[in-house]
Design a protein around this ligand. Structure first.
Ligand code: CO
Length: 184
């Protein structure tokens, strides 16, 4: 099932998401639906709040970015109840987009290395360290679980310049190839 993507302007994107119970009903189906929704929306990451579920879960597939970096081929994972336990490395800038922020692309600075603990779709525990684009996508998706958006990480001046685009999102004035909605 493909979900509409929940957009900026929806209060739920600003909430801290809740932990998922091991026996969560139809978790496999939810994860499958999130991968599907991400793929048709041409995203490389999608967090549960973006489909209207305030749960600590995100999915990633960086394969569409593998043309520039072959190591991104097949990096396809679900992260359940993740915790970033350390961010390190030299901060670097990268232009990010977000399915919940149509037509916005902004340079965001983040630390280059991330150590994360999470459960996979079989509820097996992992602790892993990532850098580069993989770390970047993880940090972006993790922010969604904490109620943060990429626009929180840009300068006050950039945010001011984004005001028009943000109000256009709320007014529905944008053009994307996937279904969207605002949940009031
Ligand atoms: Co996003």
């Amino acid at each position: 099932m493909i979900y509409p993507v929940v957009l900026y302007g929806s209060p739920m994107l600003r909430k801290v998401s809740k932990e998922i119970d091991k026996n969560h009903k139809d978790l496999d189906k939810l994860i499958k639906d999130m991968f599907e929704t991400m793929e048709v929306s041409e995203g490389v990451g999608l967090a549960a709040p973006q489909i209207g579920k305030s749960l600590r879960l995100f999915v990633i597939d960086t394969t569409p970015m593998a043309e520039d970096d072959p190591s991104l081929e097949g990096f396809r994972k679900a992260f359940i109840n993740p915790t970033i336990i350390e961010e390190s490395g030299t901060p670097w800038k990268f232009v990010e987009g977000c399915l919940s922020l149509p037509e916005i692309r902004e340079e965001v600075e983040r630390p280059s290395v991330v150590k994360i603990q999470y459960y996979d779709e079989n509820f097996d525990f992992h602790e892993e360290t990532y850098d580069g684009i993989k770390a970047r996508v993880i940090q972006h998706e993790y922010d969604h679980l904490e109620g943060r958006l990429l626009i929180d990480n840009v300068s006050a001046l950039r945010r001011k310049l984004l005001k028009g685009k943000l109000s256009n999102i709320i007014k529905g004035k944008f053009d994307v190839g996937y279904k969207t909605k605002i949940i009031k």
